[in-house]
Design a protein around this ligand. Structure first.
Ligand code: ZN
Ligand code: ZN
Ligand code: ZN
Length: 321
């Protein structure tokens, strides 16, 4: 069954043809085809890794048990429905497939944004989608399928992928460099820079127009794609939430305190608990302790109390009144 691979190749080629078309309306099908092609390529990898006679079990959402002639029971794939993006990522992780799928989610987001946002968002984002797809396509074809990308995709499609990715990367480097002079003073904040997005078109190509900026408030953020200025506070808050999303998810699952919380002083969701301070207004909970028992106050004790008592002593003393 080579049809999965054939479909993957065709889908990627069609996406690039859509992209090259002067008809700007085709940007939606460009994004759809590109994304579908990358998912199909991933499924081809899993199809090849599926055990023999398992009906491609690794790419099927359902399985069923069968008893062979020798009496041995085994699971095989069942039905036509195949796994989605998150399941693909999961199986790639489980099998330690050496393909970096970290950009796959962004690719899915871009496809959705292009489909659902204002039509002028599409042209701004499609190059980023290609730049995200290119390394996944290359690694899968070279490492997993042991083929040459230019042979499989055709020299034109492969050259188009490389060109677009190169142009995007150059602009991305320039954007990153314009943000390089800023002293973030926070590990969480520094790691959130790669999550900066334009609030208007969602492009990650955000640059800083104020070379003298030394901290967040002094940034002058401009989107390289749509040209809109962006409010640094909002961009930073959203980026931070995105960067710490996984930590927050794990914390919620294990009943730990969240990675990020609302700051009691500035009201933004930018209080990094691991660093014990708000990266927006610099408020720190350090030094605040209960004047009865000297226990350091938690963020909520500070938030809901008067900043001088732990919740226990707040309770005890309020009963005395
Ligand atoms: Zn923009
Ligand atoms: Zn704050
Ligand atoms: Zn106390």
């Amino acid at each position: 069954m080579d049809s999965l691979l054939d479909n993957a190749i065709m889908s990627i080629q069609l996406g690039l043809e859509d992209h090259a078309s002067p008809d700007k309306r085709r940007v939606i099908s460009a994004a759809r085809n590109l994304y579908a092609g990358v998912l199909l390529l991933c499924k081809e990898v899993l199809r090849r890794l599926s055990p023999p006679n398992s009906n491609d079990i690794l790419i099927r959402t359902r399985t069923r048990a069968i008893r062979g002639a020798d009496g041995i029971v085994c699971l095989v794939g069942s039905g036509n429905k195949t796994i989605d993006r998150t399941q693909i990522e999961e199986v790639f992780r489980q099998l330690a497939v050496a393909v970096d799928l970290s950009k796959l989610r962004r690719l899915a987001e871009i496809r959705n944004d292009i489909e659902h946002m204002h039509p002028n968002v599409g042209p701004a984002l499609i190059q980023e989608a290609i730049a995200d797809a290119m390394p996944i396509i290359r690694t899968i074809i070279v490492n997993e399928l042991q083929e040459e990308p230019g042979d499989l995709l055709g020299p034109e499609a492969w050259a188009a992928l490389l060109d677009e990715a190169r142009v995007f990367k150059a602009e991305q480097d320039a954007c990153r460099e314009s943000l390089g002079s800023v002293g973030w003073g926070s590990e969480a904040l520094a790691s959130a820079v790669s999550e900066f997005r334009c609030p208007n078109c969602t492009s990650t190509l955000i640059r800083n127009g104020n070379p003298a900026a030394a901290q967040v408030g002094e940034l002058q953020l401009i989107c390289s794609k749509c040209g809109e200025e962006a409010d640094p506070d909002g961009v930073v808050e959203e980026a931070l939430n995105r960067a710490l999303e996984w930590d927050s998810y794990i914390a919620a699952k294990e009943g730990l305190e969240p990675a990020l919380d609302e700051c009691p002083e500035c009201g933004k969701h930018t209080f990094v608990l691991g660093e014990n301070r708000c990266v927006n207004c610099n408020f720190s909970i350090r030094g605040y302790e209960c004047f009865v028992c000297s226990e350091p106050l938690t963020l909520d004790e500070y938030r809901f109390g008067d900043g001088k008592l732990c919740s226990y002593h707040e309770n005890v003393l309020s009963k005395d009144d």
